[in-house]
Ligand binder design. Structure first.
Ligand code: SAM
Length: 220
């Protein structure tokens, strides 16, 4: 993939600062509802797990000690922090530098794919969901926790209006995506999908969806 010089400069400057500030930026939300939702989603998972767009590795605070997830992350600054966190936590994980649109993982080899706060940022979220479907074994699940376009019209209008400056600040984050519309066209069945509002996170991060999608078993 070719990227423009201005994008490379942006990543090398603001991208580095964003990765350094990321945990602090989310700190209050992680100590509250966002952290609780993560924990409920992630702590029960066992088996082979691929965490897509793993960022600084906040999810490592929630995985059971018995699992060794493959943490896929395309951003060098995020991946470095992720590797440091894994080391500090004494976690044995593979950190793989790759985008979610091209997972370096075999077909049907994974029990669970995890996407938390990543389908808002990946340039081609429908391809990330398709990749998750490809790598999951039949019966495997995509576990998601994503912020999405609000159902409250006034909040959605703010998300639409400030989409571009927010994206520039948030390294590509699109606050007004209707991520929930991507799942069934990709072939998943929806085991669970809940919508919550995050109080105190401002309008751009106000609505989150959390749940489980399943790759159907093959008909026998
Ligand atoms: C808001 S952060 C979320 C990080 C982490 N998943 C979490 O829950 O805290 C978004 C992450 O998506 C990553 N990302 C950006 N483009 C991506 C892509 N095409 N595929 C996978 N991840 C991507 C970013 O580098 C960043 O680490």
């Amino acid at each position: 993939m070719t990227t423009s010089l201005s994008h490379r400069v942006y990543v090398a400057t603001w991208g580095r600062i964003f990765a350094a500030m990321y945990d602090r930026f989310l700190g209050k939300a992680e100590a509250g509802k966002l952290g609780r939702l993560r924990h409920e989603l992630i702590a029960p998972l066992r088996g082979t797990i691929v965490d897509v767009g793993a960022g600084t590795g906040i999810n490592l605070l929630h995985y059971d000690g018995s699992v060794a997830p493959i943490m896929v992350e395309p951003d060098h600054f995020m991946a470095t922090r992720l590797a440091t966190r894994a080391h500090d936590l004494g976690r044995s994980v593979d950190v793989v530098l790759a985008p979610g649109e091209a997972l370096p993982v075999d077909d049907e080899s994974v029990d669970h794919v995890v996407c938390t706060l990543v389908l808002c940022t990946a340039p081609k979220p429908q391809e990330v969901v398709a990749e998750a479907f490809r790598v999951l074994r039949p019966g495997g699940t995509l576990e998601f926790l994503e912020h999405v376009r609000s159902n409250t019209e006034n909040v959605a209008k703010i998300q639409d209006r400030f989409r571009r400056p927010w994206s520039a600040l948030g390294c590509g984050c699109q606050a007004n995506r209707r991520t929930e519309l991507l799942f069934q066209p990709a072939g998943f069945t929806v085991d669970a999908l809940e919508r919550y509002q995050l109080r105190g996170c401002g309008p751009m991060l106000s609505d989150v969806i959390v749940g489980t999608l399943r790759k159907p078993e093959r008909a026998s």
